[in-house]
Design a protein around this ligand. Structure first.
Ligand code: FMN
Length: 189
């Protein structure tokens, strides 16, 4: 049985989401998966054939409680390439995972879940069974008085994602990859 092949595509303006994606890559690799990590703005990200990977990870920050424009552009071109079919049939041994960083200053995680939902829809439209939606707190960059980072809905989030936040994502990814390797090895139902 070949190893689990995976690709993690992220968009990150300030680095938080890049760190989250990197933490996921570490966990996937620890479980023996092959991993490609690419920014959605990298030309290679548009050229790769997503259908060839067992696992596709999409990672983005929440912006104005949604997915940022470059992320929507990437997902839209991926959908065009995939030729989404009626009822978006689920492909065999093709999985997805969505990842979002957010600061949650006004309403907490509720202002990140629409971005997560968006990524999930992108994955499902290209026939993937979604096996996780992971959220990590990420402080605002360049917030001069740090009000949103100190006094937001989630309290003091300065320095996040921290080591613990990233370790959780690594553990999630490691666990997911182990489970999917088992499913790959099982005879198809
Ligand atoms: C323009 C902009 C809009 C944002 N809007 C939200 C938001 O609606 N909800 C939220 O929880 N965080 C919001 N954030 C915070 C980011 O989601 C958070 O800091 C994220 O970790 C940044 O990721 P990055 O460092 O990968 O760019 C916003 C940040 C920016 C720059």
């Amino acid at each position: 049985m070949p190893p689990l092949s995976s690709v993690v595509l992220y968009w990150s303006a300030g680095g938080n989401t890049a760190q989250m994606a990197q933490a996921a890559v570490q966990g996937l690799q620890e479980a023996g998966a092959e991993v490609t990590l690419l920014s959605m703005t990298d030309l290679r990200a548009e050229e790769i054939d997503l259908a060839g990977y067992h696992l596709v990870g999409l990672a983005c920050p929440s912006y104005h409680f949604g997915a940022p424009a470059p992320v929507r552009r990437y997902v839209e071109q991926a959908l065009r390439k995939h030729e989404v079919r009626a009822r978006a049939p689920v492909l065999t041994h093709r999985w997805g995972v969505a990842m979002v960083t957010y600061a949650g200053p006004h309403t907490g995680i509720d202002e990140a879940t629409p971005a997560g939902d968006y990524l999930v829809q992108g994955l499902r439209h290209i026939g993937r069974q979604v096996r996780g939606v992971w959220y990590t707190v990420g402080a605002f960059h360049g917030d001069p008085d740090q009000e949103n980072n100190r006094l937001g809905w989630l309290g003091d989030i300065r320095g996040r994602p921290n080591e613990h936040d990233l370790a959780v994502i690594t553990a999630n990814a490691r666990g997911l990859a182990h489970v999917l390797q088992h499913e790959l090895a099982e005879p198809e139902a």
